[in-house]
Design a protein around this ligand. Structure first.
Ligand SMILES: Cc1ncc(C[n+]2csc(CCOP(=O)(O)OP(=O)(O)O)c2C)c(N)n1
Ligand SMILES: [Mg+2]
Length: 374
């Protein structure tokens, strides 16, 4: 069984490799003289990230964004059940602190973001209109990809949000291309490429790591380690399951972060952005998180127990966690209830807007299609 994400307030920098086990002493082959001392790394490392010291207003804003993602995704699940959303639908419930904490450290319109198919939460965290996202999910003309992309293929060039990709790992190479563009154009922007624990075993990820470090590209590689790739746990699929170490042989520093604590995530984001924006090349973040729902809406989730999911919800929920902190700084239950009521209204409005919007005209089947030779 996979180990659920442990609640940790701190972010830890990659430790040195443990020393090789000592050879057993034997009379026949006397132990060699002391081996050479472990090499001292001459590589600069990012600073140990600190948990972000947020103001009350910032904490409320993080709470609002995480709650918006949660309620939006719950509604999407309902609409899927009613047959209003077709095709695939991968929900982000449980992982909210990752997108909210990381996006909050980026400059919208200057930096680029790319992710896989679990993309609705990222779009919301980037400030994209929930109505356009819900309309896309339901295949309506008003959707952000004109109703032709659906859950997995959403883009907003205006926000420099480049999808939304169904090919596992493809966004890592494409994201590296985005970083190349920033460097080539000298526009000061950086790229952030999110991918899953499953995707982190893909070959193209390592080709991208190599180029990114070689050319010192401005990119933050983000592994959202939600413990599962469809029905396969990290422990069953990954020889090195400490995924923040996956960049080491390319000289890319890695940090492991508690992805259930939005302030720890933001703290790590600050450090990563500082590193990358100052021209030091790529950095790798592993966010330890957990998805509460199945891989997609059609996943019966037989590979883990209900108790496992419940225990993460009870102990590490990112929204409950922040709620307790807000209460500790004097935010009242009534204020939080009001905030939640407003969010429910936004989500209802998005769903109504989507349901009332027309589907694309049949002729749209023949537009936005790549035809011919290339
Ligand atoms: C190249 C490729 N191989 C396989 C698949 C099928 N597939 C879709 S999602 C998925 C699991 C990916 O898991 P992970 O990267 O951990 O992301 P998560 O779903 O947990 O967000 C697989 C194998 C695919 N879409 N593309
Ligand atoms: Mg995963």
């Amino acid at each position: 069984m996979a180990k659920p994400a442990q609640p940790r307030a701190t972010v830890k920098a990659a430790p040195r490799k443990p020393a090789a086990p000592k050879a057993a002493a034997s009379k026949a082959t006397p132990a060699k003289k002391a081996a050479s001392p472990p090499p001292v790394s001459n590589r600069e490392r990012p600073n140990e990230p600190q948990r972000y010291d947020a103001t009350k207003a910032e904490m409320l804003e993080f709470y609002r964004q995480m709650m918006l993602i949660r309620r939006f995704e719950e509604k999407a699940g309902q609409l899927y059940g009613l047959g209003l959303i077709g095709g695939f639908c991968h929900l982000y419930i449980g992982q909210e602190a990752v997108a909210v904490g990381l996006q909050s450290a980026l400059e919208v319109g200057k930096d680029s973001v790319i992710t896989g198919y679990r993309d609705h939460g990222h779009m919301l965290a980037y400030g994209i209109d929930p109505k356009l996202i819900m309309a896309e999910l339901t295949g309506r003309e008003a959707g952000i990809s004109r109703g032709k992309g659906g859950s997995m293929h959403m883009f907003s060039i205006e926000h420099r949000f480049y999808g939304g990709h169904g090919i596992v790992g493809a966004q890592v190479s494409l994201g590296t291309g985005l970083a190349f563009k920033h460097k080539y154009a000298g526009d000061g922007g950086i790229a952030m490429a999110y991918f899953g624990d499953g995707a982190s075993n893909q070959g193209q990820v390592y080709e991208s790591f190599n180029m990114a470090e070689l050319w010192k590209l401005p990119i933050i590689f983000v592994i959202e380690n939600n413990q599962y790739a469809m029905g396969t746990s990290v422990n069953r699929s990954s020889a090195e399951d400490q995924l923040y170490r996956r960049g080491e042989s390319f000289r890319i520093p890695g940090l492991q972060v508690d992805g259930m604590d939005v302030l720890a995530v933001r703290g790590a984001a600050e450090e990563a952005v500082r590193w990358v924006r100052s021209g030091k090349g790529p950095i790798l973040l592993e966010l330890k998180t957990y998805r509460y729902r199945g891989h997609s809406m059609s996943d019966p989730a037989k590979y883990r127990s209900r108790d496992e999911v419940q225990s993460v919800r009870d102990k590490s929920d990112p929204i409950d966690h922040l709620k307790r902190e807000l209460e500790a700084v004097g935010v009242t239950e009534d204020e939080l209830k009001k905030l939640e009521k407003d969010i429910r209204a936004i989500v209802t409005e998005a769903a109504d807007f989507a349901e009332q919007s027309p589907e694309p005209e049949a002729g749209e089947l023949y537009t936005d299609v790549l035809v011919g030779q290339y």
